[in-house]
Design a protein around this ligand. Structure first.
Ligand SMILES: Cc1cc2nc3c(=O)[nH]c(=O)nc-3n(C[C@H](O)[C@H](O)[C@H](O)COP(=O)(O)OP(=O)(O)OC[C@H]3O[C@@H](n4cnc5c(N)ncnc54)[C@H](O)[C@@H]3O)c2cc1C
Length: 420
């Protein structure tokens, strides 16, 4: 069976890996000159099964109106994007009830846990070195009520297999002395020992090379412009390098999937949500965090990646505009300075690079994985803020569905049929 996978981010590359392992002939198409050059290039690096909560929690939705146009809000809604957001936004609100939000959180958690299990298989087999660590992740709180609410959610996740510890401020400082400079603003932390971290770009590019040894044909610099259908079957992908026929097609092109689906009459609700990161070369700087940290109130993450420190966050509904806005970068830097005031000068002098990109976000905050009404067209997209964490599992799940094998995880919560 010849499968064309469209999109060489972490999701498409993991999908190609499992398909090749299952005996398929795979062609992986990526429009950029290299794999993982867009959404998977410099994300927060967190492998956080503990963080599966979609962004439409009842509390966040209550604050949305107040956040419109506010540059320092965790979720920034650009007023010019509002008209395009109507349909998606209504679905986003519809899924914000307590029961739906909880069901979506558990669906993400199950997939994330499964993913971290099967990611270990990939790491071993492909001998991946991605500056990863198995140190757990600590989530920091500045507000007692928010710590209590997050503790209740973590108790629920614990039942789904994600253990956690609750740390007082003193326990947090004993485990992470780098936070001494901001301790008076923190009330405590939740620590998730089974979470991990790693560089998604290093992972994806190394996996891509390994896939080639399994026979995967990697065609970078190849953009797909359209899919050609006859009846309920996709005949070919039209690319800027010519027409490509295959038995099966997988769309794993992140937030751009709706553009290829729309001419086929499929309206997939995926919204691009922009985020930023800054990567600092911190060689020679002592006293930095040893643990990956999530600052819950600011919605930013700080992740040690070998000799680098990655700072990531911000969520902006600004359409497909992925330009780097200096004021958003300044906001992130100010937030890092606030967390690590005693390292302010060294960090300001460290070589750094900024990046902005688009998360592919579904209205219910759950990835979209599975078949469409075209019998040889499959989707693997919509992973939002969880794409790195769920990539290995999402690829395996889709591969099992395509090969008619019983998946280890029920696919029901992720199927495209809930939207198409
Ligand atoms: C600031 C930020 C921080 C994040 N932090 C984390 C984190 O800590 N942990 C976590 O789990 N997730 C995180 N995420 C989310 C995660 O990065 C994404 O969910 C994930 O990278 C999405 O992967 P993907 O393969 O679906 O998309 P992408 O990586 O965007 O890949 C899609 C690929 O398709 C290609 N493509 C698009 N259209 C075409 C076409 N027509 N033809 C050919 N190729 C095409 C693109 O060039 C691209 O390479 C973060 C995201 C952001 C923005």
């Amino acid at each position: 069976m010849h499968v064309v996978v469209i999109g060489g981010g972490v999701i498409g590359t993991c999908t190609a890996f499992w398909l090749a392992r299952a005996g398929c002939t795979v062609t992986l198409l990526e429009r950029q000159p290299e794999l993982a050059a867009e959404g998977s290039f410099a994300n927060g690096g967190m492998l956080h099964a503990s963080h599966g909560e979609p962004w439409n929690s009842p509390q966040a939705v209550g604050q949305l109106l107040a956040w419109i146009g506010r540059e320092d809000s965790p979720l920034l809604l650009r007023p010019r994007r509002l008209p395009a957001l109507v349909g998606w936004g209504l679905q986003f609100l519809r899924h914000s009830s307590r029961s739906r939000h909880q069901a979506a959180t558990l669906a993400n958690t199950r997939l994330a846990r499964y993913s971290l299990e099967v990611m270990a298989v990939i790491r071993r087999e492909a001998a991946i070195q991605d500056d990863g660590a198995q140190a757990g992740i600590a989530k920091l709180f500045r507000d007692q009520a928010q710590l209590e609410a997050a503790t209740r959610m973590s108790e629920l996740l614990q039942e789904a297999g994600v253990p956690f510890e609750r740390w007082t401020r003193a326990q947090l400082l004993a485990r992470e002395p780098a936070l001494a400079g901001c301790a008076d603003r923190l009330v405590g932390a939740l620590y998730y020992p089974q979470d991990a971290s790693g560089d998604a770009c290093l992972f994806t590019r190394q996996l891509g090379r390994y896939c080639q040894t399994l026979g995967v044909e990697l065609r970078t610099g190849t953009a797909v412009h359209a899919l050609v259908a006859t009846g309920d079957r996709i005949e070919a992908a039209l690319t800027d390098q010519g027409r490509l026929e295959a038995d099966q097609f997988v769309l794993a092109n992140g937030p751009h999937a709706p553009r290829l689906l729309h001419p086929l009459g499929l309206r997939l609700p995926i919204e691009p949500v922009k985020g930023y990161s800054i990567t600092l070369d911190v060689r020679g700087i002592d006293g930095l965090p040893r643990l990956p940290l999530i600052d819950d109130a600011r919605k930013i993450v700080v992740t040690p990646l070998g000799a680098r420190l990655r700072l990531a966050g911000t969520a902006e509904f600004a359409g497909f505009d992925d330009r780097i806005q200096p004021r958003r970068v300044r906001l992130l830097i100010a937030q890092l300075r606030e967390l690590l005031p005693q390292r302010e000068h060294e960090l300001a002098a460290a070589p750094s690079s900024a990046w902005a990109c688009l998360r592919p976000m579904s209205p219910d905050g759950v990835p979209i994985i599975g078949p469409t009404r075209f019998r040889n067209l499959w989707l693997n997209t919509g992973a939002g803020h969880m794409g790195w964490t769920i990539a290995a599992g999402a690829g395996r799940l889709l591969c099992d569905l395509m090969s008619g094998r019983q998946p280890a995880l029920s696919p029901a919560a992720y199927l495209p049929a809930r939207w198409l």
